[in-house]
Design a protein around this ligand. Structure first.
Ligand code: DP6
Length: 317
């Protein structure tokens, strides 16, 4: 097995000493339209399938300051210990043992409620570290490094539509994200909060349990292999119904694989299901509205800008 350290040595110069006192960076959160669910390598966060996301306008701002001891503030308050450990374990991959950081990170969207904040978090952190250490690494390299913090973070280095190529190499050097060459300003993705409470199981553990125990997981790579080229075609031709249908069914297929695992994993709350029924009813009545959903109870709406008022009225937003 290749370790993170071994992989990093091939990408970054040594020794890793900060070249400035502090650095700040921003990364957008991203929402997958074709989901990443399952790893072929848990150490390097190498995915079983490719995935495709859309970056949001909002995300995470992170400042890393050289300090005399490690400390971390999340949204102005002391970081929960598990979160701080994850951040500093990640920083340890890049610094020597005498370098300590004060990290201030601000999420514009709720953390750990399925709102994809770890994606923008690790992306903003690697951008800040790149500046602090003066690596001047290219975005492909930074995408690979962000992936080591959290898989979906590799897509947050870019705006617009982004594809994460799964890659096939055991060292993961061909597993990185890249923006698509297409923009679609009419397409809207909007958070529909259902609950901001902490989810019952984090996505990393849930993904692992699904891969190891779900009899439905074997169908997942084929689902993605079918969905990915078709959603890219929908994006290129700006075919909203095709995009919405594929994104929605891809998300539900991901949740179906989790449901069949043991212990079963179910992120839906009663309100999530009621809202899905509401969306399907509105769609049957002619409103072009779809949703996607990640490892949490919240929904993300997909619609076109021209229908914004109708969507908001229909859902009481
Ligand atoms: C459902 O990127 O949080 O949001 O690689 O273990 O950190 P780790 O997982 P993470 O998983 C995201 C899962 C998802 C789908 C997606 O964003 O593609």
């Amino acid at each position: 097995m290749i370790t993170k350290q071994q992989m990093i040595q091939t990408l970054l110069p040594k020794p890793a000493l900060p070249v400035k006192e502090q650095a700040t960076a921003f990364s957008p959160a991203n929402i997958a339209l074709i989901k990443y669910w399952g790893k072929r390598d848990n150490e390097l966060n190498l995915p079983v399938t490719s995935s495709l996301s859309m970056s949001l306008a909002h995300g995470t701002h992170t400042t890393v300051k050289v300090a005399s001891a490690d400390s971390c503030l999340l949204n102005g308050k002391e970081c929960p210990p598990a979160f701080a450990k994850r951040l500093f374990d990640y920083c340890n991959l890049f610094r020597n043992k005498d370098t300590f950081f004060e990290i201030h990170t601000t999420n514009e969207i709720p953390t750990a409620a399925g709102f994809a904040s770890s994606s923008s978090g690790f992306s903003a952190l690697i951008l800040a570290l790149d500046d602090l250490f003066g690596w001047h690494a290219d975005l492909k390299t930074l995408s690979i490094l962000a992936r080591l913090g959290s898989g979906s973070a590799c897509r947050s280095l870019f705006s617009g539509f982004v594809e994460w190529h799964k890659g096939t190499r055991p060292d993961g050097l061909d597993s990185f994200a890249e923006p698509l060459n297409t923009s679609w300003p009419e397409l809207q993705i909007e958070m529909l909060p259902i609950s901001s409470s902490q989810k019952p199981i984090d996505s990393r553990s849930a993904m692992k349990i699904t891969v190891e125990t779900s009899p439905l997981y074997s169908s997942w790579p084929q689902t993605v292999a079918n969905d990915l080229p078709r959603i890219k075609e929908a994006i290129n031709s700006q075919n909203f119904h095709q995009l919405g249908q594929i994104a929605e069914s891809n998300a539900l297929a991901m949740h179906a694989t989790m449901l069949a695992s043991h212990p079963p994993i179910l992120y839906f709350l009663p309100e999530s299901i009621a809202t899905m029924h509401h969306i399907w009813r509105l769609r049957n009545e002619g409103l072009p509205l779809y949703f996607t959903m990640d490892a949490g109870p919240n929904l993300k709406l997909l619609y076109l800008k021209k229908d914004s008022t109708l969507v908001h009225e229909a859902l009481g937003l």
